[in-house]
Design a protein around this ligand. Sequence first.
Ligand SMILES: [Zn+2]
Length: 419
Amino acid sequence: MKPNIVMVIVDGLRPKDLSLYGYSYETDKNIKKIASESIVFRKNFSAANASDVSLTAVFSGQYPKTNGFIHQTPNTGKEEIEKLSRNKFWLPLHLQNMGYNTISLTPQYMWFKKGFDYYINKEIRGSGKYLNIPLIKSVLLKLPNWVYKLGKKIVKVRASPPFFFSRDIIDSAILKIDKIEKPFFLFMHFVDTHCPYAGVKPKKINGKNTIQKILLGIEYSQQKEYIKKRFYDSSTNNLEQIKQKLDDSIIYTDKQIGRLYNFLKKRRLWKNTIFLILSDHGDNFGEHKIYFCRGGLYDSSIHTPLIMYLPGIKHKIISEITSSVDIAPTILEFLKEEEIKVDGKSLLPLIKKGEKIRNKVVVVDGFFKNRTAVRTETKKIIISDGEKCYLCGAQHGMGREEYDLEKDPEELRNLYFKE
Ligand SMILES: [Zn+2]
């Protein structure tokens, strides 16, 4: 019997916020337990800093520039969708054709329905607290802070995109797994860890990095409004409070992942299930003066956790550089499928024999007209051509950047212009 496959995407989850990767606070009790039986990749990078682009790369096994889909919705060009539609390989479809029961429990994404037998959107009700009317939003943001706050209270609108709590997604997954025929492919995307961290309440923390202080250091007016909105939406007024909300949302999500793990063990499914935990991209909490935006291609935006449980393969920590485009070829080789011709490479030779798979990864900025990074173990080059981040309106870098990651892991000294 072929193994079941579970893929868990935790939105915006950064390795540096997990004790598994060195964070001083334990946000990840259950993830750590799973990791102790799995392969832990320490240097994995997403193929983009934006959800749709990054997940498309995971499912296609191709870098965005190969599959065509480069810019995050709503900045995707028609020609990008057209090119993507000509793309040959799509993991869910491939698994479906192999006889897998394919289930997607994720907020609605247009083309992410392809290859799934079952797709939620109705039975789990959204309960988010975003403002979703662009006009009202843009008017309110131009007003003084107190008017914005008041306006938000008055205008009660539904969540956009629909917000699903990971607890409800796991409830639904457990019901589904019990009913369906095996093997199954279960894909889940948790957004509890995305600003405004709707599932957790802010604690009273008098942090030093207040909203006023942060705004003083920001030069772009659009970015100022963006930051302000993120603070208000998350009902916080200092960075320390937001960071605490993030930590609590990770703890909450980790608990839900633990519930699924315990369920699979109890049903004796665990030992025949490939289990993956990863994120679609990183996030920024002041790194490079970026706040609550994944724009830019610094490691904080693109370094992602990757934990892979492969039945029969013992726990191992891998420090070589890997890309999320490698996931699909790895799964297929593990399932003894014919090799597919994609940018991604199977990681099995690296896992089993320590063979070097790649010496670089390529990453694109889904929020910028044209920005690409090439990252090796020790160096990064970023080339960009455009004006500002589609998400927050800041620049997030220069036209040409080069970093020595051994000497300068924070990417603060651009070597490109040095003689
Ligand atoms: Zn940005």
